[in-house]
Ligand binder design. Structure first.
Ligand SMILES: NC(=O)C1=CN([C@@H]2O[C@H](COP(=O)(O)OP(=O)(O)OC[C@H]3O[C@@H](n4cnc5c(N)ncnc54)[C@H](O)[C@@H]3O)[C@@H](O)[C@H]2O)[C@@H](O)CC1
Ligand SMILES: [K+]
Length: 493
């Protein structure tokens, strides 16, 4: 699914109005109907609803929603936040339509705010994507008062006060909804963890914006939902043999960190690879053979950490990093790997830390190499950033400069491609913030590379399936009980 900027969404509205054609007012009605369908799926009509409207089109939606919910038997109260003299044309029209059945309360100061029963569901339609400056004055006061209430809040399109495409400053007044019902597309802001409390669970309501505009308009931002991920899967053909699915090599482990290698191996084997060889230090030989009998093992000369490479000529993909440590000889091994490999490559964990401590190695990264840093590893690679929009830009510049794929791990992991496009992931949960899940991801992506997936698709699909397995594991055990082995065990293709 594409993610558009506020300006592009405005353009999509205009295009739909002209080419469907449909009046702006009818489009607002359709959007409000879509919101109401989603709302009614979640809340029965015995709950009172308080709708706070601004005077732009977001407020216009709020007025239409008030009318539609009333028609469905909800007890609705409407509050109009008087932040400006005149409302937008569609606001005014919906005000006229509502006025015969309702007497909205006009809020000129916080004193005008009524007491609401805690059962009342608040619908936030004060400001939408037309936000042009941080909320201040009356709007800020109303937002802060609403946030102080214990009531459930549902935002229309986007939380009032939240910028869709850029970072808010600390202390900006922004509604904290438990849920956002957003029109047609997710907003970029929803995908960045810094905005979690200003987004809540979000749902997309399809309002039928014109498909030609959606198809033909370029954006660097995408959301990998189920449909997008499933399209990437290459079906296994009936007459295949293990040679069809490649031979992966994972270089991992050191004394005390063999678990990382074990987890990568398990995930790689569970992701469809034909053959897997693990290159590990001697101390891990029995651990690996016993824990993953399906894997072959090549043992390094060194007992405790990896110092050299096996013959690389037979492998269709290579993963390096989990549990590797940063010994001097290990650094030389990584340099040799970068100098000689002809196979698609994924670099993780300690191998990333080696890169940040030896930046001359960055210029040796083969094109399309996949890097999977978590935020701290990424910061060590590129330096710090003051917010997540800035960090995303750093990742885009890094991926573009070195022609690599960067998987910036976290909630909604961002897969940044060499052309600077970003694919945000839709799966995964907070239970996965536990040691070893990154090693599992490395195993999955190595397996996909070995099977011939392009690095872009291997990264996007690998990240998706990793999150999906984590979601299945969390469903079975709950998030707190989840460990990395559960993610590997819950992979299913
Ligand atoms: N035809 C359309 O354009 C559609 C628009 N829709 C709704 O329209 C919304 C966008 O509407 P608008 O563009 O009218 O914008 P908003 O309703 O977000 O904002 C209204 C006005 O508030 C002013 N404003 C901006 N920042 C402010 C601040 N910090 N404090 C006080 N006032 C501020 C702006 O001048 C703007 O004109 C969307 O979020 C969505 O809810 C939907 O009805 C779908 C169709
Ligand atoms: K809103």
């Amino acid at each position: 699914m594409k993610i558009f900027s506020t300006e592009q969404i405005r353009e999509a509205d205009r295009y739909t109005i002209t080419h469907e054609p449909i009046s702006s007012l009818d489009l607002m009605e359709r959007a409000s109907q879509a919101f109401v369908r989603c709302f009614c799926d979640q809340f029965v009509n015995t709950r009172p609803v308080g709708i706070f409207c601004g005077k732009g089109n977001n407020g216009g939606d709020g007025l239409a929603i008030a009318r539609l919910l009333s028609e469905r038997g909800y007890q609705v109260q409407v509050f109009i936040v008087e932040h400006t003299e005149t409302g937008s044309a569609d606001f005014q029209e919906n005000y006229e339509r509502l006025k015969n059945h309702h007497s909205p309360i006009h809020i000129h100061a916080t004193n005008d705010l009524p007491a609401l029963s805690p059962k009342t569901i608040i619908v936030d339609a004060i400001l939408g994507s037309g936000l042009s400056r941080p909320a201040e004055g009356l709007v800020a006061a109303v937002i802060n008062s609403i946030n102080d209430l214990p009531n459930k809040i549902i935002s229309v399109d986007i939380a009032s006060g939240l910028f869709a495409d850029k970072s808010n400053q600390d202390g900006n007044p922004i509604i904290k909804p438990s849920c956002t019902i957003s029109f047609q597309f997710p907003k970029l802001a929803f995908l960045l963890p810094q905005n979690a409390e200003y987004t809540g669970n979000w749902h997309i309501a399809d309002i039928g914006l014109h498909q030609d505009y959606i198809r033909n308009t370029a954006t660097p931002y995408y959301f990998t939902d189920k449909a997008a991920a499933e399209k990437l899967i290459i079906p296994r053909k009936k007459f295949s043999h293990k040679g069809t699915f490649g031979h992966a090599l994972v270089i991992a482990g050191s004394y005390g960190k063999m678990g990382a290698a074990v987890l990568s191996a398990k995930a790689c084997l569970r992701s469809g690879v034909g053959l897997l060889s693990m290159h590990i230090p001697e101390c891990g030989y029995e651990i690996m053979q016993i824990s993953n009998p399906e894997a072959m093992v090549t043992v390094d000369n060194n007992a405790r950490y990896i110092t050299n490479l096996p013959d690389l000529s037979t492998y269709s993909a290579i993963g390096v990093g989990p549990g590797l440590g940063k010994e001097k000889e290990t650094i030389l091994m990584l340099e040799k790997l970068l100098d000689t490999t002809q196979s698609p490559l994924i670099i993780d964990a300690d191998a990333l830390n080696i890169l940040s401590e030896n930046p001359h190695l960055l210029d040796k990264l083969p094109a399309n190499t996949i890097l999977t840093p978590h935020p701290k590893e990424f910061q060590r690679l590129t330096g710090s950033s003051s917010n997540e929009f800035e960090r995303l830009e750093l990742a885009r510049n890094f991926a573009g400069k070195y022609k690599v794929v960067v998987c910036l791990k976290g909630a909604n992991t961002a897969v940044v491609l060499p052309n600077r496009d970003v694919h945000f992931n839709s799966t995964g949960n907070a239970g996965m913030a536990t040691g070893g899940t990154g090693d599992v991801l490395t195993g999955i992506i190595t397996a996909l590379l070995a099977q011939g997936y392009t690095p872009q698709n291997a990264a996007i699909l690998g990240v998706y399936q990793h999150g999906l397995a984590g979601d299945k594991a969390a469903q079975a055990r709950g998030m707190s009980a989840l460990i990395a082995s559960d993610v590997a065990e819950n992979l299913s293709w």
